[in-house]
Design a protein around this ligand. Structure first.
Ligand SMILES: C[S@@+](CC[C@H](N)C(=O)[O-])C[C@H]1O[C@@H](n2cnc3c(N)ncnc32)[C@H](O)[C@@H]1O
Length: 232
């Protein structure tokens, strides 16, 4: 059955189902694993204790958690609001179906919090981001790490956006078609995020000490540390 844009606007669950289909089709689980392991290497996982209590927020189908498991981490949890996506996860970590603006986790219970491609789904910026950061601060121990990878409006990402608008490229390169669908369905939140870099960076800096930050290839990759006594 063909769905129209009107159906999706009036029935958000249809848009959600279509977004999840595109997300699952974007890359194979094997390609996704290679990507997550490369990222975690860049983010310094080799220096993290294997017993570190880690939670991945906005964990989706759990590919990031599987990568952590492959790397030998033993105390991993994930949080995502989509029951259907977390159902795809078959790893050993504990999963919570919940909104990351109200984490079902105890205070000072984690050494590391990771987010990969979730913050740009928050609909109200900067309010929702501030709420999530307050939750991250709450669940981290003093000195705990907060690691993020999110889209960032670099020239490369602008080029990718331009490519998603070219029908023939979408037709010959399936990941581009999947990306175009995802962007289309998450458009307000996605562009709201991409167009407020200053507000976002200021908010991070007001809550955490920046350990490292790299902007490139359409992404921000950063590591922050929380100091419960304040870092300023
Ligand atoms: C782009 S996906 C990223 C998933 C995963 N981190 C990955 O890289 O494969 C974004 C995820 O955020 C989830 N999400 C969106 N808003 C959320 C919220 N407020 N609380 C928890 N999860 C949320 C969606 O269900 C989706 O799984």
């Amino acid at each position: 059955m063909k769905r129209s844009l009107k159906d999706e606007t009036s029935q958000p669950h249809l848009a959600q189902a279509r977004w999840e289909q595109a997300y699952l089709a974007f890359e194979t689980p094997a390609a996704e694993q290679r990507k997550f392991i490369r990222r975690l290497n860049r983010l310094g996982q080799a220096t993290w204790p294997r017993s570190a209590r880690i939670v991945e927020l906005f964990c989706g189908r759990g590919g990031g958690l599987l990568a952590l498991e492959t790397l030998g981490f033993t105390a991993i949890e994930g949080v995502d609001v989509s029951a259907s996506l977390v159902d795809c996860y078959a790893g050993k970590g504990q999963i919570h179906v919940a909104d990351c603006r109200a984490l079902p986790l105890a205070a000072a219970s984690k050494e590391i919090v990771i987010v990969q491609g979730g913050l740009h789904h928050l609909t109200a910026l900067p309010e929702d981001l501030a709420t999530v950061l307050t939750e991250v601060e709450r669940v981290l121990v003093s000195g705990g790490r907060f690691v993020i990878v999110e889209p960032w409006l670099t020239p490369f990402l602008q080029l990718v956006h331009a490519a998603t608008r070219v029908r023939v490229l979408r037709a010959i390169y399936q990941p581009l078609a999947a990306l175009a669908t995802m962007i289309d369905l998450e458009r307000p939140a996605y562009f709201n995020w991409l167009h407020q870099p200053g507000v976002i960076l200021e908010l991070f800096a007001s809550r955490f000490k920046v350990v490292k930050m790299r902007l490139g290839w359409g992404k921000i990759e950063a590591e922050f540390v929380v100091s419960k006594g304040g870092h300023r």
